[in-house]
Design a protein around this ligand. Structure first.
Ligand code: B16
Length: 219
């Protein structure tokens, strides 16, 4: 992986915006209605994981056996609650740090993509005013395997017409860092992803990326 960096692939939930809090609220509400214990620690295991796999994790604390039809209905109930919450998002939900970093990376000519497991990606991007911003959007609607499978990032790189080795994947979840490593991408990890041993660059905030791409273009 010694190619020049030409593209940046951003995770959505927990990196571009804080939709993680809405996932928590919706899963918590579903779990409470079913009498299932659920807390923020369990919620952290759902980061980057598909809706169906997330439900399986939530149901680990239930003695009841649910049929596939019941599980589909539960996942839909959770999603309905989640969609109500994200529909209230506005461009103010984009932090100044993320907004400035995206604009500066664009100004410097990098190709920018989203690599998210969420099937609600397009709605969220529209709500926060980034509906037409990215050069490519790879999300839960175009993949068959969830992170840590690298599929979502490989598809994003393909849409950007770039090799994995010339892209940085930006992630907040360990599953995403593992996916980046599995796909032979560079990675920048924020939050819990910063402590993952497989991460290329731990970062504290998204604007730290600007220093990383600077140093890469000089090396
Ligand atoms: P949806 P990311 C992921 O987004 C979330 O982190 C994860 O909690 C969620 O279950 C998954 O999307 C699917 O989301 O239910 O909206 O299709 O981190 O990959 O941007």
């Amino acid at each position: 992986m010694n190619e020049k960096i030409e593209g940046i692939i951003f995770d959505l939930d927990g990196v571009i915006c804080s939709t993680d809090q809405y996932h928590y609220q919706a899963w918590k509400s579903l779990a409470d209605s079913l009498g299932i214990y659920f807390d923020k620690k369990i919620n952290d295991r759902l980061r980057g994981v598909s809706r169906a796999e997330s439900l399986e994790i939530v149901l680990e604390n239930s003695d009841k056996v649910y049929s596939d039809e019941q599980k589909a209905a539960l996942a839909e109930r959770k999603n309905d609650m989640y969609v109500q919450l994200i529909r209230q998002m506005t461009p103010d939900d984009l932090s100044d740090d993320v907004r400035m970093t995206l604009q500066e990376l664009r100004r410097r000519g990098y190709r920018l993509a989203i690599g998210s497991s969420s099937k609600n990606t397009r709605t969220i991007l529209r709500q926060i005013g980034l509906g037409d911003f990215f050069d490519a959007v790879s999300d839960g609607t175009n993949i068959t395997h969830s992170k840590p499978d690298p599929e979502v990032f490989l598809k994003a790189a393909e849409m950007l017409r770039l090799n994995a080795g010339s892209c940085i994947v930006v992630q907040d979840a360990r599953a995403g860092i593992e996916a980046a490593a599995n796909g032979h991408f560079y990675s920048a990890g924020v939050g819990e992803a910063a402590t993952d041993p497989r991460v290329t660059w731990p970062i504290r905030k998204i604007s730290d990326l600007l220093g990383i791409v600077n140093s890469q273009s000089r090396s």
